[in-house]
Design a binder for this molecule. Structure first.
Ligand code: URP
Ligand code: ZN
Length: 455
């Protein structure tokens, strides 16, 4: 079947043009003015008044993530449905091995879980320990197109790495031509603070915030930058949330070091006042790093508009109210994480584009193109161009919504953006050439997504 999107305005990261888009067999085959369907069987979408965007790519999601309170509440099926409703057609999740398990065994297991995804997907691989074979294992991952490696400086009891191992991993990844992505928080100092608060019987959720201060993120960012320089390894820092972290990142970029930064809507839009109140109201906001101060939010918006930050992911990792209750009497037992995969585009469009902080082209760069370029999905993804994959969002700028757990598609009974207004929403979402969401609400995309081949 041929699909033609007519009368819309195509927005790419570097240009905007009024033209029609023709798709066949999952690819964009023609872009031109006034394309005429030549068979009555062709499907035509009228995109008058709409923007035609490359499908969103979320570089940071955790579907079905194991935790001490059970799995995060969206699995690959429910999470990918939510993603599609929000205009995201590709996600990058994670492979986290058990101790002693090889990266390739862990990848095979994770692929089985991810195959239910209705969006396209790829995986970052997490080395959680050093062993003699690790460099070969990393090389094998790169050979099969999994070229980004996520390491944690926090959570030392489970997955976090000490500095000496972090350096070895960075050297190995750098040698093999991959990229390291880092969760930057100084784990030992955080553990000390957590234990100190617990010993003083300070166990309510605000101590989650107080045990993870901004300086411990910024200190970790500085250390990761120094280690990556020594290792000669490209570095991508996930969920940057503080002003001081950005200063270190910007200084390294100015010196020519390959350092890239991601932030998330929650760090741009919500502040740390959310940690004060009743357990039930506060627990949904328990995530790492925690929400920060208004001045950090302002600095992040500046970092987005001046290009210090290249991507916006969500760190989508929802837990239900019942799961959050696991830590009712001890903040250390609240599972960390919150959902958001469904709202990324609408939030950034509303609070970024419509407030004049970023242009429409930057919106596309931040939510799709830059991720595609950084993680080797470009130009198959991240652009509306002839020959690219037909992952397309027909964006209706007139749509208004109020975010609520009662109406969202994420499998969770809380939503950290509850009550926020958004303007703009996908009218149609096309994934691999098939219409997945029609007329903003009808879901018709039960075809599975594809494991993305990264060059
Ligand atoms: O709180 C968060 N971010 N949960 C997800 C797991 C992680 O730390 O990335
Ligand atoms: Zn994460």
């Amino acid at each position: 079947m041929i699909l033609i999107i007519k009368n819309g305005k195509i927005i790419n990261a570097d240009n905007s043009i009024k033209a029609d888009v023709m798709c066949r067999d999952g690819k964009i085959i023609r872009i031109s003015e006034n394309l005429i369907p030549d068979s009555k069987h062709d499907k035509v979408i009228d995109a008058s008044g709409c923007y035609v965007l490359p499908g969103g790519i979320d570089p940071h999601v955790h579907m079905h993530l194991p935790s001490f309170a059970g799995f995060s509440s969206d699995d690959f099926l429910s999470g990918s449905v939510a993603a599609l409703f929000g205009g995201t057609t590709s996600i990058i999740d994670f492979v986290t091995p058990q101790k002693g398990e090889t990266l390739s065994d862990a990848i095979e297991k994770r692929k089985l879980e991810a195959k239910n995804s209705l969006t396209n997907y790829s995986l970052h691989v997490s080395p959680i320990e050093w062993r003699n074979t690790l460099e070969d294992e990393i090389k094998n991952c790169i050979g099969i197109g999994l070229k980004s490696f996520k390491v944690y400086m926090a959570y030392k009891d489970r997955v976090g790495l000490n500095d000496d191992v972090l350096l070895k991993v960075m050297k190995a990844v750098g040698n093999e031509g991959g990229m390291v992505t880092v969760h930057c928080e100084l784990g030992d100092d955080i553990e000390e603070l957590r234990n100190k608060f617990a010993s003083e019987n300070k166990l309510s959720p605000e101590y989650h915030l107080l045990s993870r201060p901004a300086r411990l993120e910024a200190g970790a960012v500085k250390k990761a930058i120094d280690l990556a320089k020594e290792a000669d390894c490209p570095l991508y820092i996930v969920h940057v949330s503080t002003k001081q972290s950005l200063r270190y990142i910007s200084a390294a970029q100015k010196k020519g070091q390959k350092v890239m930064a991601e932030t998330c809507p929650q760090y741009l839009l919500l502040d740390d006042s959310k940690y004060y109140g009743d357990f039930d109201n506060v627990a949904p906001f328990v995530m790492s790093p925690p929400l920060r101060k208004k001045e950090d939010m302002k600095a992040l918006w500046e970092g987005i508009s001046n290009g210090t930050i290249q991507t916006i992911g969500t760190d989508h990792c929802p837990f239900t109210n019942k799961q959050k209750e696991n830590g009712k009497y001890d903040f250390r037992k609240i599972p960390n994480g919150a959902g958001g995969v469904e709202h990324r585009l609408a939030l950034i469009y509303t609070y970024g584009v419509l407030t004049g902080k970023i242009s429409l082209n930057q919106f596309v760069a931040l939510t799709s193109t830059n991720t595609a370029k950084i993680f080797d999905l470009f130009p198959s993804k991240g652009i509306i161009a002839e020959g690219s994959d037909a992952d397309i969002v027909v964006w209706n700028p007139e749509k208004e919504n109020i975010i609520s757990a009662k109406t969202h598609h994420q499998n969770c009974d809380n939503n950290i953006y509850e009550g926020l207004y958004t303007f703009g929403d996908p009218e149609y979402v096309i994934c691999n050439g098939e219409i997945a969401v029609e007329n903003a609400k009808r879901f018709c995309g039960m075809k599975r997504g594809k494991l993305i081949k990264r060059k």
